[in-house]
Design a protein around this ligand. Structure first.
Ligand SMILES: [Zn+2]
Length: 118
């Protein structure tokens, strides 16, 4: 009987080994575009980082992504990554600005127009 193995990846920012699912994959496509891999299956060279702006900044400062991707990363890409990072973070604490319950009980009469007595 073996324990189920959790795939670990190293955060490019803080250097900690964490379960892959708790990290965000940053990927450089074959075309050279750097983006967050929200679905976990974009093609290209990947590096992992905690869903934490501090880790992203640390990685940026140490140029670790540049090393992983073997090329420079433009400032606008960093800005985009920093903006998108909170959105892809697995929901664990830190409820940010907008709670996702805008119209949970919207109009319950949506299907009243079903012509059922044919
Ligand atoms: Zn980290």
């Amino acid at each position: 009987m073996r324990q189920k193995k959790i795939p670990l990846r190293m955060c490019t920012g803080c250097g900690q080994m964490k379960p892959k699912r708790e990290l965000v994959r940053v990927v450089k496509s074959p075309e050279g575009e750097v983006s967050l891999d929200t679905g976990g299956r974009k093609p290209g060279r990947g590096a992992y980082v905690c869903p934490d702006a501090a880790c992203l900044k640390a990685a940026r400062k140490a140029r670790r992504f540049e090393r992983a991707f073997q090329g420079p990363i433009p400032a606008e890409v960093w800005e985009r990554l920093e903006q998108e990072l909170p959105a892809v973070a697995p929901s664990s604490g830190t409820p940010s600005a907008a709670p996702p319950r805008a119209d949970s009980h919207a109009n319950p009469r949506d299907k009243e127009a079903a012509p059922d007595d044919a």
